[in-house]
Write a protein that binds this ligand. Sequence first.
Ligand code: ADE
Length: 231
Amino acid sequence: MRIGIIGAMDEEIALYLEAMTGTVSTEKAGIVYHEGEMEGTSVVLCKSGVGKVNAAVTTQMLIDQFKVDRIIFTGVAGAVHPDLNIGDIVVSTDCVQHDIDVTALGFAPGQIPYTEQWVWQADPALRELAIAAGKDLEDDVQVASGRILSGDQFVASREKVKWLREQFDAHCTEMEGAAVGQVCAMNGVPFVIVRSMSDKADGSAHVNFAEFTRLASQRSYAIVSRMLRAM
Ligand code: ADE
């Protein structure tokens, strides 16, 4: 079993890079892929860069060139569910691209036109593994399951959060997960997104993001490293 692990930013993959052994790095289309071993599991780690296009290209590359069997996205997100605090974890049940808007032609917000499939389901076994891994984190860390939204937008307003929550019944928002989900679904590759909250996607999001991205990245790493150990 070979696991592809994607993070969007340096902070999100730094701990994995330190933990990996036998690492061989290869660059393709401007992205560096690190093949090696972690927690007794064969992994291919990469930093996709921010946004859905980067995430989509990276995911397809992991599948075609690096022959991964499963993909886990690790990183930070803005909380949308009111019960979530900074540092809490969300394991994806499914994910949706919140910024696709063809409502003018009668499609639902988030719907990819002329298709019925636009909600990408995470793999139940990977979800279970992530939730089980969350059980031995510190007591004050909440590990929730829910919908993760993705869009090419850093969300930083309460009005937008309210809309995302009402429209999509979402737990959190980020900029890559649903692109990974779509590419994985198109290829029949199981995936899960594991995000820790760096901010609440509100007017303080830019300050909180700067302050808490490192902590949130550590939390996400704590879950994914335990998942790898249990595989
Ligand atoms: N990643 C972390 N916080 C985010 C936010 N508020 N919006 C989009 N992506 C994020």
